[in-house]
Design a protein around this ligand. Sequence first.
Ligand SMILES: [Zn+2]
Length: 265
Amino acid sequence: MNHLPRRAFALASLASCLLAANAAQAAPNFQMPFACNDVWVANTWDGHKPGNSVDMNRPAGDSRSTAGSTVVASAAGTVVTSTYSNNTGYGNYIVIDHGGGWKTLHAHLQSRAVSAGASVRQGQKIGAVGNTSALYNLAPHLHYEQIYNGAVQKATWNGVALRYFEKKNYKSQNSCGSGGGVTGTVKTAGLALNVRSGPGTNYSIVDSVANGSTVSIRCQKTGESISGTYGTSNIWNNIGASGSNKYIPDAYTHTGSDGRVAPDC
Ligand SMILES: [Zn+2]
């Protein structure tokens, strides 16, 4: 975003230093706001407003564009703000309350996937990277803040403090475990459900899961529209280990949501 007057920055820095010592223990286990194994450049600099904010882009040479990339929750929490700001530079932005005085803020989003009041899991998609702002013409990037009791802190991901003030690549460990804790329950009329190598019935059958099985959902992909136990949906759930393709239709999976519950595959 933009630059603060130097005096204001100095005051913000002082407040951050005073708070950080107490804050560390109460912090959730924040992860990068991107899907497992995604590599992003974190850019921090003296004068970034507010102090300690992080701007994030895909690394140079990455074929995927920064704009439109999936943003996920750094930790579980409740969405307290999801709106377009007409009077700040944030544009489309989302604030998640993680409890214990901790919040995360995500700005300039191209789109917002969750509304205020929604509960989100760690690793759940909350929006897409963009360049929206009522005040600035921006190149697409994610503006990200970890906030404790109203003051932006130096960010920590996966227990590792970011190195300020330099540009550095970081690799997301968000929900890299078995499904990142996102689970669903298979519900059919009784028969086992086919597991496909891709998000559609034209893909080969590679496995099956019994009715009533609990599955870990690592990521989700848009594919063939399927009508099942829970209505009609084009979301397919990847229940395979990292790097594998094992998909079942969300229309036969109870996740507690008709929308996305895991990052894009
Ligand atoms: Zn920024």
